[in-house]
Design a protein around this ligand. Structure first.
Ligand code: PLP
Length: 293
């Protein structure tokens, strides 16, 4: 089956899909994106993704290319046309096409591109195979809450992780605190048994998966704290995991070459995966989607 993309008003064969060379996303990374998970034919966390998209667009003063309702129809349609039952929908909005010049152009329409891709269905057994993370300096700009297409530090970090044989790199601020992964949020169960993830701030992207896991934990009466944790605290943690729309809840068993806890996938991590899957299957995604920075 050939893949279909959506580009500025048209569904086109994926191999023919193209944008203008003066699209500001291409020239300046002047745009934002979202990645929606599709699980068993359902879009996960749609409200959260749309609310976060609204935050990113308004912080950068980029116009919505169409109404939220119309965009939601296209998100579903691109998944349908690509027969994605399990996978992802990628959505990107840039400030549009204009003669190359740094200030915002006048009267330029924002540009919209969507693609969809099938992926293997969520596999708990795979997710419970622990992965390695490494820690690297966080060299990004100061607004991680905006889901900008400007991902150079993230891709350099991910490549460094791959070359080190690791799955993810956790980025560490000048204060020694772990902010997040290059494409995921970072979690630990501290040596005192406390479930921890960085609080919402300009320092992290507030993940839709992160929000689902927090709501699922609250429903199950599991205590957690949203606060930064240091690399030292992570090295002494009992358990660790990462969350994202494509990694779901993925166990981390090695940090910088050292085993986390006893080196096996943690009990709470394993439970959070079950709770997360139950939560998205029952609720479709997080309800508490008001805070983005
Ligand atoms: N943090 C960063 C830097 C990311 O790029 C991502 C996802 O791409 C996340 C966190 C997790 O966000 P979500 O759970 O919405 O996929």
């Amino acid at each position: 089956m050939s893949r279909i993309a959506y580009v500025n008003g048209q569904y086109v064969p994926h191999q023919d899909a193209a944008v203008h060379i003066e699209d500001r996303g291409y020239q300046f990374a002047d745009g934002v994106y979202e990645v929606f998970a599709v699980h068993q034919g359902s879009l996960i966390g749609e409200q959260g993704h749309m609310d976060r998209l609204d935050h990113s667009l308004s912080e950068l003063r980029i116009d919505w290319p169409m109404s939220r309702r119309a965009l939601s129809v296209i998100v579903r349609e691109i998944a349908r046309r690509n027969r994605v039952r399990d996978g992802l929908v990628y959505l990107q909005i840039t400030r549009g096409v204009a003669r190359r010049d740094h200030p915002f152009p006048a009267d330029t329409m924002s540009a919209l591109v969507l693609t969809a891709r099938r992926m293997p269905s969520l596999d708990k057994e795979q997710l419970r195979k622990g992965v390695d993370v490494i820690t690297i300096p966080d060299i990004r700009w100061a607004r991680h809450d905006i889901k900008s297409v400007s991902l150079l530090p993230n891709i350099l970090g991910k490549q460094q992780a791959r070359e080190a044989g690791a799955y993810e790199a956790w980025m560490v601020g000048a204060d020694g605190m772990v902010t997040e992964g290059t494409s995921s949020n970072a979690w630990i169960v501290s040596k005192d048994g406390e479930l921890l993830t960085h609080n919402t701030s300009h320092g992290i992207l507030n993940g839709i998966t992160r929000l689902s896991v927090l709501e699922a934990a609250a429903e199950a009466g599991i205590k957690f704290s949203e606060r930064p944790f240091s690399v030292d605290e992570a090295m002494q943690a009992k358990e660790a995991f990462v969350t994202s729309s494509t990694s779901h809840v993925k166990a981390v068993t090695v940090i910088d070459g050292q085993p986390v806890g006893n080196g096996h996938v943690g009990e709470l991590t394993s439970r959070m995966l079950d709770l997360y899957v139950d939560f998205i299957e029952a609720k479709g995604g997080p309800k508490n989607t008001a805070t983005w920075n």
